[in-house]
Design a protein around this ligand. Structure first.
Ligand code: HRG
Ligand code: AKG
Ligand code: FE2
Length: 371
């Protein structure tokens, strides 16, 4: 039986998919008919079929014809770049911590990626925003966001971008439901978790990846060093360490011309998700593995900005279940007479287990320079 604590669901190998997931490229899916909500048209069923193949065989795809104007997607990247150029003390006005419900700014090296027995520091700075939540007592994550109000135009474009992504996320989830042979609104219905653009416990991260120091970002350079207590800090610099995403569906808006996001196939090869202008790079999260009884697997990915001459900005948007959603295998996807492969997971609990372990906020032994 699966649990979602330390031994998280994505660490369990699923050999069934081993021979299938040998992709060398990522599929491109035209989602226009889903965004238009062109109900069960041939084009919509085509898109649903393509999503099904992409989710089952790769776990990643480019979504094109999503209908979000370039003024919004390009504009928010430009605004983010300018915000990250502000002096450190200005950015730190919205620093995150437990007291800000993990919402706000994290400086370079404070986000970490965990592995069994230790962690490594990610080489990025970021702003984390979540669905606004006034009930502070219900979870350490519930609270108000710290928007980057120092640049009101960034604040406004982030809000517009989030609204647009919520629409796209809901449309793609309708396509994923159809592709699984379910009613298009399955994930919006109470038995499917009740996730809508209104209820989704969405996350948005504006991320700035400065160049890695020369020679870093390469495999084989890992050096582990024991620190006080049992935890080990691994001193290998990656822009973002290998991980899977936590919820349903991630949409990544990335700057053009800087290939840095890498996706792991079943042979352990890293396939670069090079930017395609006008697209979102999409991937599925841990909760879709549970819903599909293991048919769809969240694919491990990482970020290496290997270009020594320039930094990279990306703004992933995470379309996630409602916080209180109880996620369990969809009965229609469990073979008759078999027990489900996973037990029920409360999404908010899975998210807390992740986020509360994502930061090492105390000062570092070896300091990293400012971006
Ligand atoms: N909400 C999501 N999916 N955030 C993904 C961030 C992944 C980085 C983090 N260091 C980690 O290892 O999880
Ligand atoms: O920056 C990217 O391209 C992806 C970042 C990512 O994987 C994440 O924040 O979960
Ligand atoms: Fe990710």
């Amino acid at each position: 039986m699966q649990t979602c604590g330390r031994h998280s669901i994505y660490r369990v190998p699923l050999y069934r998919g081993f021979f299938v997931r040998t992709f060398k490229t990522l599929p491109v899916v035209d989602i226009a008919a889903l965004v238009k909500d062109d109900k069960e048209s041939a084009a919509q069923l085509r898109a649903a079929k393509d999503l099904h193949a992409a989710c089952r065989d790769v776990g990643f795809f480019y979504a094109v014809s999503h209908g979000v104007p370039a003024s919004i997607t390009d504009g928010v990247l430009l605004e983010a770049r300018q915000w990250f150029n502000l002096p450190a003390h200005v950015k730190q006005e919205i620093s995150l911590g437990p007291e800000t419900c993990y919402r706000g700014y994290q400086q370079l090296g404070s986000n970490v990626t965990r592995f069994d027995g230790g962690f490594q520091r990610d080489h990025h700075e970021a702003i984390d925003l979540y669905k606004e939540e006034s009930d502070r007592d219900a979870s350490p994550l519930h609270g108000r966001n710290q928007w980057p109000v120092q640049r009101p135009s960034f604040d406004t474009s982030l809000q517009q971008y989030a609204d647009a992504c919520l629409g796209v996320g809901q449309a793609i989830m309708r396509g994923i439901a159809l592709g699984l042979g379910l009613p298009g609104d399955y994930f919006e219905s109470p038995e499917g978790g009740g996730t809508t653009a209104e209820s989704s416990y969405w996350v948005m991260r504006a991320i700035h990846y400065p160049p890695l120091s020369q020679g870093e970002g390469q495999l084989g350079q890992a050096a582990s060093q024991a620190v006080a207590g049992a935890e080990v800090e691994r001193h290998v610099q990656l822009s973002c360490g290998e991980h899977t995403d936590y919820g349903l569906l991630t949409l990544v808006n990335q700057e053009p011309h800087i290939p840095a996001l890498q996706v792991k196939n079943a042979a352990g090869e890293w396939i670069t998700a090079a930017p395609i202008p006008g697209s979102f790079v999409c991937n599925i999260g841990d909760m879709l593995k549970v819903y599909t009884n293991g048919l769809y697997e969240p694919t491990a990915h990482r970020v290496i900005n290997a270009d020594p001459s320039r930094s990279r900005v990306s703004i992933p948007f995470f379309y996630e279940p409602a916080f209180e959603a109880q996620v369990a295998p969809i009965p229609a996807l469990v073979p008759a007479g078999s027990a489900p492969n996973f037990g029920s997971v409360r999404y908010g609990t899975h998210l807390e287990n992740k986020v509360l372990n994502n930061f090492e906020l105390e000062p570092q032994a070896s300091s990293v320079g400012e971006a």
